[in-house]
Design a protein. Structure first.
Ligand SMILES: [Zn+2]
Length: 271
């Protein structure tokens, strides 16, 4: 699933290609699953003839700003935004002068919303998002405020209502960098550990953005290129290989149905 760094990489690539262009045609090829709060006709009524003024991002949501209306898109499991059609086109946006953007989604979990720009924060999935790295409200105090429960720290990091934008890959990498075992109860973290984790989150995300995201499944840049951060994983997918820091073999466990990878020496279980 694309996580925050992949969505940010896509946002930057699309900004370079489409900003300032007028939307001329909009073709919905799959409306049942994709369109969450509007029909294809309303999309065309509200958006055709308008220029794409901004492409923003909130956690893993892309925000296409057409003046007073914003298209909100979540790629979910397999959604891709491409400059050329692939096998599972669900939506086509045609801009002037001639340039097309294809939303391709094999598994059909992608979600599209139309929302008045002035009321963007009130759109339900956005309104429910938790603390987001890189935004001003991401403070050490705010972060520590999330750690009061006995929930396993890895699962807390994946809860989008608490912390927005981290998925399984980066949660594993962040916990490794901070030296924290994924099964530690959140409230057991010492102040120094909470601070290390707070700092590790934007650090890992920024490194991944700089590398153009991680291509481990369907994720591609809009022009088809691969991301590069999968070559820099320290623990994710590395079970059985030696830790780069200490040589101990990386282990894999399952938490909430998701794989967690960690170094048993650098990320001790007990304190
Ligand atoms: Zn280690």
């Amino acid at each position: 699933m694309p996580e925050l760094p992949e969505v940010e990489t896509i946002r930057r690539a699309l900004s370079a290609e489409f900003l300032g262009r007028e939307l001329r045609k909009l073709t919905v090829k799959e409306r049942v699953h994709l369109l969450k709060n509007c029909g294809a006709r309303r999309l065309r009524e509200r958006l055709l003839g308008r220029s794409l003024e901004t492409i923003g991002r909130r956690a893993k949501y892309l925000l296409f700003g057409f003046g007073s209306e914003t298209l909100v898109l979540h790629l979910r499991m397999s959604g891709r935004l491409l400059l050329a059609p692939a096998g599972h086109t669900r939506l086509v946006l045609e801009f002037a002068p001639a340039k097309k953007l294809y939303f391709d989604d094999t598994r059909r979990f992608g979600a599209l919303y139309l929302q008045p720009t002035a009321e963007l924060d009130r759109l339900v999935p956005l309104a429910r998002l938790g603390l987001e790295p890189f935004r001003p409200e991401y403070t050490l105090k705010g972060f520590k405020g999330l750690l009061g429960s006995g929930q396993e720290i890895k699962r807390l990091l994946l809860d989008q209502h608490k912390l927005a934008g981290l998925g399984n890959i980066y949660a594993c990498e962040v916990l490794y960098l901070a030296g924290i075992h994924p099964q530690r109860p959140a409230k057991s973290l010492a102040p120094a550990e909470a601070r290390r984790l707070y700092l590790a989150i934007p650090k890992v995300l920024q490194a991944a953005i700089n590398a153009g995201g991680s291509s481990i499944d369907s994720y591609r840049h809009p022009d088809g290129a691969l991301g590069g951060f999968q070559n820099e994983f320290k623990v994710y997918g590395q079970a059985g290989r030696p830790c780069m820091a200490c040589g101990t073999l990386i282990e894999r466990i399952v938490q909430g149905g998701r794989s967690s990878f960690y170094c048993p020496s650098c990320q001790p279980r007990g304190l």
